[in-house]
Write a protein that binds this ligand. Structure first.
Ligand code: UDX
Length: 423
């Protein structure tokens, strides 16, 4: 099948390459010429394990091409995936301006039946809106169907997730469109949930919000554990074996970040509010997440005393491991607090860049730890777990570790002479 992917960002690029793997012909469309140039030359412009190789393979086989020519791209393809960003608006709602731009172009240029698929995370009712926007721009009555087909991939394991989804959700009022979508996904071995477009749109928010709830629940329990002198990871293990609970997303830390959870939680709360409902559990989860870095800094202050003039090393600024994405990273909340207290902050991340003039970024762990009064681990990169902590001790001014992701073993760190504090 010929597929057009509009928006060659994170989700769009991964989705396009996965369709190439499944034997389809893909065109990637974007307005950003720099991104297109990079992708056309075989370079993924963000860090995601495995994508570079896949891009080279499919460029070579001519299974994928990139263009900014929207008119021809729409005319040449019968299935159009919308994968543009839906950033958070000021009131917490999802900003649909990019989706609107794309759909208006589709309406303007379409010349025969098309299936228009929303992959971007969009509020309930967007499929209906998209239908209206397209119709408004059509000069002749050309039939089309709109499908909601949310993406559940995680950054850092995008390829694996997109190739091995737990389920595929197809939401549309049109049987014809659902059948085309099922044909498109026929090589995937997972359940397909067929539903209406509004349910499909809500499924995405409900899934992300539920995972956010799990994290905030374990983080709030961790606060209680601190007082009771109990290790939270043991509690997570003990409850996680219960299949009804499940052991994933129970890792306590400095809170969730990224381009999805904070934004999607706010958007769902906004949707509820607009319908005169309160999702009180989700409100609480949001609050726990917002206060989690503050709790952590309180602990740092209670151990180090005044932070003014202290040299603090930060390991990890990306919102989680295996990505260079720093959007809504809890590390930044910690760094901002440290700077507000006039500490000197030096950081290191294997992939992400800081872009804050007041923070010095080093290119390895050793240079970051040199002469520091304490180190704070903000991201769960494997490199930080396996590094030679025994050796690093002597280069730090004082060997104090605050482990914001619980990646090190308390007893081992104490044994080699560190003062060690975790979540
Ligand atoms: C998430 C969803 O997992 C994915 O299905 C959806 O499509 C997009 O949003 P992503 O944002 O890439 O994916 O990251 P994820 O791995 O879910 O982690 C989100 C945040 O939660 C990170 O900051 C991570 O460090 C944190 N987290 C995750 C925890 O603090 N504890 C956990 O146990 C799991």
């Amino acid at each position: 099948m010929n597929i057009l992917i509009v928006g060659t960002g994170y989700v769009g690029t991964t989705t396009g390459l996965v369709f190439c793997e499944m034997g389809h012909q893909v065109t990637g469309l974007d307005i950003d010429e720099q991104k297109l140039k990079s992708l056309q030359s075989g370079k993924i412009y963000f860090y995601e394990p495995g994508l570079d190789e896949l891009l080279s393979k499919h460029l070579q086989k001519r299974n994928i091409t990139f263009t900014s020519d929207i008119e021809n791209a729409i005319k040449d393809n019968d299935i159009i995936f919308i994968c543009v960003g839906t950033p958070q608006g000021e009131d917490g709602s999802a900003d649909l301006r990019y989706v609107k731009n794309v759909t208006e172009s589709i309406g303007k240029y379409m010349d025969k039946y098309k299936v228009i698929v929303n992959k971007s995370t969009v509020p309930v009712g967007t499929a209906e809106l998209v239908t209206t926007w397209i119709k408004e721009k059509q000069e002749a009555l050309i039939p089309f169907d709109v499908v909601s087909n949310p993406e559940f991939l995680r950054e850092g394991s995008a390829l694996h997730d997109a190739l091995n989804p737990d389920r595929i959700v197809i939401g549309s009022e049109s049987k014809k469109a659902r059948d085309i979508m099922k044909e498109l996904y026929k090589n995937f071995h997972c359940p397909i949930v067929e539903t209406d477009s509004k349910s499909s749109e809500l499924i995405k928010y409900a899934a992300n919000a539920f995972l956010a709830l799990k994290i905030s629940y374990i983080n709030e329990l961790a606060r209680l554990c601190k007082t009771l002198d109990i290790h939270i990871d043991g509690i997570a293990e003990g409850i996680g074996y219960d299949k009804r609970i499940g052991n994933s997303f129970l890792k306590a830390g400095i809170g969730f970040g990224g381009s999805c959870f904070p934004k999607d939680v706010s958007a769902l709360l906004y949707t509820a509010k607009k319908s005169n409902h309160r999702l009180t559990i989700l409100e609480a989860a949001k609050e726990v997440n917002e206060t989690q870095p503050i709790h952590f800094i309180h602990m740092v202050k209670s151990k180090l005393g005044k932070l003014k003039g202290k040299n603090i090393a930060i390991l990890g600024i990306s919102f989680k491991a295996n990505t260079d994405d720093t959007r809504e990273s809890p590390a930044f909340r910690i760094i901002d607090r440290l700077l507000a207290e006039q500490a000197n902050v030096t950081c290191y991340d294997p992939k992400a860049k800081i872009g804050n003039q007041r923070v010095i970024q080093q290119n390895n762990i050793e240079n970051t730890l040199r002469n520091c009064d304490a180190v704070i681990i903000c991201t769960e990169w494997e490199e930080f777990r396996i590094t030679e902590w025994e050796k690093h001790k002597s280069i730090m001014k004082s060997p104090v570790i605050f482990d914001g992701r619980n990646i090190l073993e308390k007893s081992k760190m104490k044994e080699i002479g560190y003062e060690y504090y975790n979540i």
